[in-house]
Design a binder for this molecule. Structure first.
Ligand code: ME8
Length: 713
């Protein structure tokens, strides 16, 4: 599927919404694309890898307003975070498109005009339900809940432009039939086909009730529907409608890689828009499954995210790449847990590949002064290893190109195990008394040259998945820069016998230092510090649900009562301020007075007024306060903000009788990302002073009467 029919290859990730900061789920899709792009380039294929951010729509407009920013400022901040993270992880995207860029706007207007000129867009009026979170029109009367996220839809009544989606029902089905590899995995294909067979209704493709979008050409009070805007990125980034040299070269795309919840948009709307505009269709849309953590799909709205930065900081980017590609069969949902990550890391990388490389490189230094010896005649053991290497080379490409990354890596790791076994069996470091010195040198030469050659092949194969480690090993094997080799299409020539006797090895350097017992705790702690609430800080070590043990991924339970296409839609990401939710909570409680409880480091750092403005502090009144069974430190509160009611969990049970809190006006951080504790969602955080010596909390309050929902500035 990833094998191009031409000598160029164009692949894309979804463009990510800028209302939520990047997490491992986003990193997963982007890392998969990066691995594919690296392999394609190393096969000598002219590759273009696009990613970017989706910045228009009502959802973003509202998030920005809530954060007190303009939509563009808001989008720029989050988009910058995505890009910076991809750079930190060393992802080799060729272009990063933002839908607020001029090239995109012009391209989208060009596309809209092309479709309208060909008679597939008409003006009509629409009164119906719209889910702002999913940017989705929903059938049903007022009060209908969004079938995808379960939130209340809004009634919109507008004069709109409509796209004649209904005209494409048959053509789409014919297209799917004629192109069985167009979409995958098979479950996606079945769902999409059955959805289209169920009948397609015309689609509203403009809105007038908000303005954060691309104006309809010639009728500027309309903005173009956000999914038409977003999907078009795949062609506007190539210059469609502006300067189409790249468009001519790289379109149609070889693969759009997307999460399984957005296949409807990519497999139905997008091909229909393109057919309507007379543009060739992409060759394939492939859906990755969901990364699950703790309670289900990793997503901001569930408060169960892990950030790629955390894994990167403790184990490095290669470890994360390897885990995601090896552990999760592509297309299926997969659990992420710190335990499983560390186990894979230690088992396969530190003790497996890393240890093998260091043993062999060190022995070549020790016994042959770092110069690859002449191996001499092959014995059956070398023949077997050579054949296994050839089998691994033969298996890896087709598996990888069919997106069976896990299988591809498995076959390489059985070669790693075989080389390990070969070394142990021949023990070149040991000399039995009866073996002459000459025989010993011959054995060492044969075994080490053979093992080193096997390592060279393993390293070439895993380069797309472990680019940093492969670069180091390539240097150690005296092969120079692997990036240069990749530019010279080295994967087309990978075959046994490439390591020349006489090659000088570089010094051995550690690849994957063994992760110690505390690696899991360190990662959990980094994540915790990110989500730390002031009230938890006040509770100190007695804070609710201390996570000294890693949170374990729970099985994702599909909702049996949902129809297939609905089942594949995610809960929407919540509205958050650009930088508030994932930075440590501001130390709004006064710093402790005694040195017995040192102020957290963050309290020493200055923040700007803009940083402070990101934190939405509001007055709320406690309506309900109760203890939580088996959680002696936690209270469950229901609070009224005037404009909405919320549940908040607070670690104050040892200090406040719940009944005494009812009716009390308190201050909460209203825009904190939701978080689950003891299976309950906490939507915000109380503010309290933290008193020494044990951090007893004293809730913040007012002497004057203050209206509910009033903001503290
Ligand atoms: O849907 N597991 O943007 P988005 C696996 N802007 N992949 C995940 C994931 C998880 N838990 N969470 C996120 C949008 N992803 C639109 C797309 S494209 C023209 C417009 C990945 O920010 C996965 O690829 O909600 C998913 O489709 C994408 O992030 C959703 O990103």
């Amino acid at each position: 599927m990833t094998t191009s029919t031409t000598e160029r290859y164009y692949l894309t990730t979804p463009i990510y919404y800028v209302n939520a900061r990047p997490h491992l789920g986003h990193a997963y899709s982007t890392i998969v694309c990066d691995a594919i792009a690296r392999r394609q380039r190393a096969l000598g294929i002219d590759t273009w890898f696009l990613t970017g951010t989706d910045e228009h729509g009502q959802k973003i407009e509202r998030s920005a307003a809530q954060a007190g920013r303009t939509p563009l400022e808001f989008a720029t901040a989050i988009s910058g975070e995505f890009r910076a993270l991809w750079d930190r992880l060393g992802l080799t995207y060729d272009d990063f498109i933002r839908t607020t860029e001029d090239r995109h706007k012009r391209g989208v207007q060009h596309l809209f005009t092309a479709i309208r000129d060909r008679g597939y867009i008409y003006k009509g009026s629409y009164t119906g339900q719209y889910c702002v979170s999913d940017e989705l029109y929903v059938d049903g009367p007022p009060g209908t809940l969004c079938p995808d996220c379960g939130r209340a839809t809004e009634t919109v009544s507008e004069e709109n432009y409509f796209f004649k989606l209904s005209a494409f029902e048959r053509r789409l089905l014919e297209f799917y039939e004629a192109n069985p590899n167009f979409m995958g995995p098979e479950s996606t294909r079945r769902e999409v086909i059955s959805f289209v067979r169920g009948g397609l209704r015309d689609l509203s493709v403009s809105r007038t009730s908000f303005s954060w979008g691309i104006p309809v050409p010639g009728d500027e009070k309309h903005v173009i529907y956000v999914w038409l805007d977003a999907l078009a990125n795949y062609i506007t980034a190539l210059g469609y409608g502006t300067d189409d040299e790249k468009f001519k070269k790289f379109w149609p795309a070889d693969m759009h890689l997307v999460g399984k919840e957005i296949t409807r948009f990519h497999c139905i709307y997008w091909p229909a828009f393109l057919m309507a505009a007379g543009i060739p269709l992409p060759r394939s849309v492939q859906a990755n499954g969901w990364l699950l953590f703790d309670q289900g799909k990793m997503s901001k709205s569930r408060g169960n995210i892990v950030r790629a930065e955390t894994v990167h900081a403790v184990l490095g980017s290669d470890a994360l790449r390897y885990f995601l590609l090896r552990e999760i069969p592509f297309g299926q949902d997969g659990n992420f847990s710190f335990d499983a990550l560390v186990q894979r890391y230690n088992g396969d990388l530190a003790n497996g590949y890393g240890n093998l490389v260091s043993r062999v490189v060190n022995m070549v230094h020790k016994f042959f002064a770092g110069v690859v010896p002449e191996p001499g005649p092959e014995t059956p053991a070398e023949t077997a290893l050579r054949q296994s290497a050839a089998a691994a080379i033969a298996a890896f490409g087709p598996d990888f190109d069919a997106l069976n990354f896990s299988e591809a890596l498995k076959s390489v790791w059985s070669l790693v195990a075989e080389v390990d076994g070969y070394l142990t069996a021949n023990a070149p470091w040991k000399r039995p008394a009866e073996r002459s010195e000459a025989d010993q040198t011959a054995l060492q030469a044969r075994v080490l040259a053979t093992a080193a050659e096997a390592i060279r092949i393993i390293t070439a194969l895993v380069y797309p998945v472990l680019p940093d480690a492969a670069a180091k090993v390539w240097r150690q094997l005296g092969q120079g820069e692997i990036a240069d080799a990749a530019k010279n299409a080295f994967l087309t020539q990978i075959a046994w016998g490439g390591l020349q006797p006489g090659t000088r090895f570089a010094e051995s350097a550690p690849l994957f230092p063994r992760a110690e017992k505390d690696a899991v705790e360190r990662m959990v702690k980094i994540e915790e510090e990110n989500n730390q609430s002031v009230i938890e800080a006040a509770g100190g070590p007695t804070s609710p649900q201390p996570q000294s043990a890693p949170p374990q991924a729970a099985e994702f339970k599909k909702k049996a009562d949902k129809k297939p296409m609905e089942e594949i839609h995610p809960a929407p990401e919540p509205v958050i301020a650009p930088a508030a939710a994932e930075t440590p909570a501001p130390q709004t409680a006064p710093a402790p007075a005694t040195p017995a409880e040192p102020a957290p480091a963050a309290a020493d750092q200055h923040i700007t007024i803009d940083d402070f403005a990101k934190v939405e502090l509001r007055v709320a009144q406690v309506l309900v306060a109760e203890r939580i069974p088996k959680a002696d430190k936690l209270l469950r509160l229901e609070v009224d903000l005037g404009y909405e009611k919320r549940q908040i969990l607070a670690g104050i049970a040892q200090y406040y009788e719940p009944e005494k809190l009812i009716g009390r006006k308190i201050v909460i951080v209203a825009n904190l990302a939701p978080r689950k504790m003891r299976g309950l969602e906490s939507n915000g955080m109380l503010l309290a002073a933290s008193l020494p010596p044990d951090g007893a909390p004293v809730l913040a309050g007012f002497l004057e009467d203050v209206p509910l929902g009033a903001r503290l500035k």
